[in-house]
Write a protein that binds this ligand. Structure first.
Ligand SMILES: [Zn+2]
Length: 250
């Protein structure tokens, strides 16, 4: 199932295809994903990142914005991200308002909802978007363990998950396309999460995954500290901890 990436230190996987049997399909059908989270991979600097040739980058939080901007600039493919608990609050961007905006008060509401973050990247927190031929939904943030943005109680994340499920269903009404990837910062409860209060996963991710059945759930937040991360399943969904850098073809 696993294949080499051509770069030391990464992990690669083909979800739903074997490496040998799918060479031709791979040319035409597979979408190659570079998934990153939490730890900057120095091996991706100095032009080497171009060798990976991904079709899409999915970033699962807690990475410096200039690193994400570097990736999107070098690769020139869509980069979708969700914020982690160490990222700033990206829900509003009032600093984008200029004096002229106040002459158009009917636009203020939409301007206040403009999403901030790394330039050239798409914040998919609480949203479902289509990119590189895939449908991707996102839920950022961790369990609340201290003061700060992007932290939620189980109940708060439960409400966010229900709202996202409704958006997914509404979007699917038009084209009946399923969600291919659910990108989160935290793990689902009991599926690759931590025992401590900081790294505990969300129970609502289990329900959301069972309901929308993505092929992949990608998350960060749980540092493997040099150990190989184990892939897990929730029904037909493969759950991958992408802290550092992982290559996946689906
Ligand atoms: Zn985190």
């Amino acid at each position: 199932m696993a294949c080499g990436t051509g770069l030391k230190g990464g992990q690669a996987a083909h979800i739903g295809f074997s490496c040998e049997g799918a060479k031709q399909d791979r040319e035409s059908l597979l979408v190659r994903i570079l998934a990153v989270a939490d730890e900057v991979d120095e091996a991706l600097y100095y032009e080497r990142v171009r060798r990976l040739q991904p079709d899409l980058v999915v970033a699962c939080g807690d990475l410096p914005f200039d690193y994400l901007e570097y990736l999107v600039t070098m690769l020139n493919v869509p980069l979708l991200f969700v914020p982690g608990n160490h990222d700033p609050d990206l829900r509003a961007k009032p600093e984008t308002l200029g004096a002229e905006d106040f002459t158009r008060p009917f636009l203020l509401g939409s301007l206040r909802r403009e999403r901030a973050g790394p330039l050239g990247c798409v914040n998919i927190d609480g949203r479902v978007v289509d990119a590189a031929g895939l449908r991707v939904a996102g839920l950022g943030g961790s369990i609340r363990y201290r003061q700060g943005p992007n932290q939620y109680s189980q109940r708060q994340m439960g409400a966010r998950a229900v709202a996202l499920e409704l958006r997914i269903r509404r979007k699917g009404l038009w084209d009946r396309r399923p969600v291919d990837i659910l990108a989160t910062h935290s793990a689902p409860l009991g599926v690759g999460d931590g025992d401590d209060s900081t790294h505990r996963g969300f129970s609502s991710f289990l329900r959301l995954t069972a309901r929308v059945r993505p092929k992949l759930l990608l998350h960060g937040h749980v540092h493997p500290y040099g150990r190989l991360t184990q892939r897990r399943q929730i029904g037909g969904t493969t759950v991958v901890n992408v802290v550092g850098r992982h290559m996946l073809d689906i």
